[in-house]
Design a protein around this ligand. Structure first.
Ligand code: EPU
Length: 372
């Protein structure tokens, strides 16, 4: 039985922002055959296709999406021993945190620091999800993908995913492949990774923390930043970090530190959070830049605002629109750019809405808005 296609399905309830218009067409696919059928249908109808995961890193435009939204619904976890590793294979629609909890419960190391992240397992490679010193690319062993052009299923080794900080070939070239399942190579009984200072500090009293202690500590840290979904939390309607941490040259990072000292934002340059990268560049903390540029936690712009718990998370408080959210995001981006000369890039995927918002010029072409 082929899957059904429905029209005008509201997308807002399928996103953590709870914003955006409907999908013109919507289809749930339980098998790879269902996916192929839906892709063929969309091709015959000449419609664009968007594959929806958990909707936790997604901004949908107020007019919705004029094509087919495809939601994979296959779930399931499978553990296989392979040499000194255990391979955990998850079907795309498995909630990510169930995977982490299952691995930790079996004392399998590799993804424990990625506890409490919303969304589905199949979506994690798209933006190479990372937190507290681990990222998906570190342990992802292989993926099963459906090639959208040939409609064939194939195994894709991690080396072909083009992973970098919050990026992958899937994000850079959308429309090429659909992730059907992900395989992680986990290490039985191995020590947890404590590379992130905030996490190491929180676990300082534990000589040899277990994987479940690491998981609980990460969950606590994330809860304090409103980054674990809780229906009673006023900061819950968000996509986590709205902007990625900017990667700048060492000179630029030094200039920001010097400016921060000059302006008495810090006493010493090393108080500006910075993470040197192997290629000589430096990752700065977008949340720090946002706050020090003068955008306060808890700022409200009508029905949207900045999270009271973390300056990098934008929040919808209910009754708002995606246009409200975009206006706020532009305000944050421009405030940081005016103060520090760094243009923040958003982390979520945009559907049916362009980022950055553009202006149609008198010369008859679209230009990027620079409202500084
Ligand atoms: N900071 C501020 N003000 C804020 C928030 C942060 O000054 O409002 C400062 C902190 O004091 C710290 C630095 O900025 O010195 C970094 O903050 P934090 O440790 O909270 O991490 P982050 O860089 O803001 C990143 C990821 C998170 C991930 C955490 C923990 C990005 C864009 N964000 O946040 O990922 O959970 O590290 O590893 O890389 C996400 O991608 O959605 C996400 C939540």
């Amino acid at each position: 039985m082929p899957p059904v296609i429905r029209e005008y399905v509201p997308l807002a309830p399928l996103t953590t922002f709870e914003l955006g218009g409907p999908a013109r067409f919507f289809c749930q696919a339980a098998t790879s055959q269902d996916v192929v059928w839906a892709l063929r249908w969309a091709r015959d109808e000449n419609l664009p296709v968007f594959v929806l995961g958990g909707g936790s890193n997604l901004v949908v435009g107020d007019a919705g999406f004029p094509g087919l939204v495809l939601q994979l619904i296959a779930r399931g976890l499978e553990f296989r021993s392979q040499g000194d590793h255990v391979v955990l294979e998850a079907q795309a629609a498995e909630p990510w945190d169930d995977l982490v909890a299952a691995a930790v419960a079996r004392d399998l190391a590799g993804i424990e620091c990625l506890s409490g992240i919303p969304g589905t397992a199949g979506a994690t490679p798209i933006q190479n999800v990372g937190a507290y010193g681990q990222e998906v690319a570190d342990t992802l062993h292989a993926l099963r993908v459906l090639d959208r052009r040939s409609l064939e299923v194939r195994a894709l080794p991690t080396a072909e995913c083009g992973f970098s900080y919050r990026n992958s070939v899937f994000k850079r070239e959308p429309g090429q492949a659909i992730v059907l399942s992900v395989c992680f190579a986990l290490r039985p009984g191995a020590q947890p990774v404590l590379a992130y200072r905030e996490l190491a500090n929180a676990l300082a009293g534990h000589a040899r923390p277990s994987l479940s202690e690491v998981r609980e500590t990460v969950l606590d840290l994330r809860r304090k930043k409103s980054l674990v979904y809780d229906a009673r939390d006023p900061n819950r309607r968000s996509a986590g970090s709205f902007f990625t941490n900017p990667i700048v040259s060492a000179d630029q990072a030094a200039a920001v530190s010097a400016q921060a000292v000059d302006e008495k934002l810090v006493q010493a340059p090393e108080e500006v959070p910075q993470y040197p990268l192997p290629d000589g560049r430096v990752k700065l903390a977008a949340g720090w830049l946002v706050e020090r540029a003068g955008v306060k936690r808890g700022l409200r712009m009508g029905p949207v605002g900045v999270s009271g718990a973390h300056a990098l998370a934008l929040v919808h408080h209910g009754g708002g629109s995606t246009a409200d959210l975009i206006r706020l995001a532009v305000h944050v981006r421009d405030t940081v750019a005016a103060r520090f000369g760094i243009t923040l890039q958003p982390e979520p995927v945009f559907l049916g809405v362009t980022w950055p918002p553009r202006i149609f010029s008198a010369q008859g072409s679209w230009v990027e808005s620079i409202s500084r």
